[in-house]
Design a protein around this ligand. Sequence first.
Ligand code: HEM
Length: 305
Amino acid sequence: MAPPLAAPAVRALRPRVRETAEELVRPLAWRPEVELVEGFAAPFPLLVVAGLLGVEAGRWPWFRAEALALQQAGGTRGDRSPAGLARADRAAAELDAYFRAEPAARRTEDRGDLLSAFAAAAVQDPSLGTTALTSTCVHLLTAGHETTTGLIGKAVLALLARPEVTEELRADPGLLPKAVDEFLRHDPPVQMITRWAHRDTALAGRSVRRGDRVQLVLGSALRDPERFPDPETLDFHRDSGRHVAFGLGIHYCVGAALARAEAEIGLGTLLDRLPALRSGARPRVEVEYAPDWVFHDPSRLALTG
Ligand code: HEM
């Protein structure tokens, strides 16, 4: 899975990502009131990941509805009602059926998408069973969607609260890669990750027993004053070096290069085209957050004027 998501492949994808951003922002550029999550931040990464996998465009609304229903019942989300869980079960079954059928349809035809690459990998390595491939597709869909939605939503909120920083970015779009890195550090879309101890050990003076669950709060590590001086300040000139917004080690985010490219292109397009982010604009901002400790992102971000 890594080569099609590595930096060279992502560079080649950039024009398509830009086209997707432009298409989504076009209708927003004329509206006095915009709901940015529904209108841009959510569909943008989903359409990119759907295109990358090779899901046909006509299926994208279905794809998004199922992805959201599935995520609703996971993580620390509130909807654990029987109806919410039943809906998530149906979504899991639908996505499972879709991703079981699609690689099979590509076994004889390389369509240049990720599903074709997975189909070819399964032919080369028979130990890669259908269940592994199907769950990888579903994981890619969920891991590559809400995270980037959160990054864009939080970055726009941070910019709206800091007109001078926005002005700086508008004047020098070359700062966008550093800005994205700082948005990731300042308010990471994945606030926590989890590990289960394989053996008894000690961690920062606390004993951890085999089987214990350890919750790592990335959002806290990224505001550690010993590591990041003046950590509450959003500073695009900070030299953060390597940080943990995409995790570390063998589970380091395989989509990091894509996520950075999406955020640079998405935020650059919004800065160019969204009236609420124009120089001197003072829009009214209404924000609601997802009731989720891990993905604590704006679920609604309405900008008026
Ligand atoms: C701003 C956007 C993103 C953030 C902040 C983010 C963050 C993370 C983090 C923290 C992990 C490590 C989880 C752990 O160690 O338990 C991770 C893993 C992962 N991410 Fe991302 N991610 C983002 C975007 C994406 C995208 C766009 C994709 C795919 C298209 C993706 C696919 C994955 C996958 C498959 C893993 C699991 C890797 C493994 O376990 O080996 N992510 N991500």
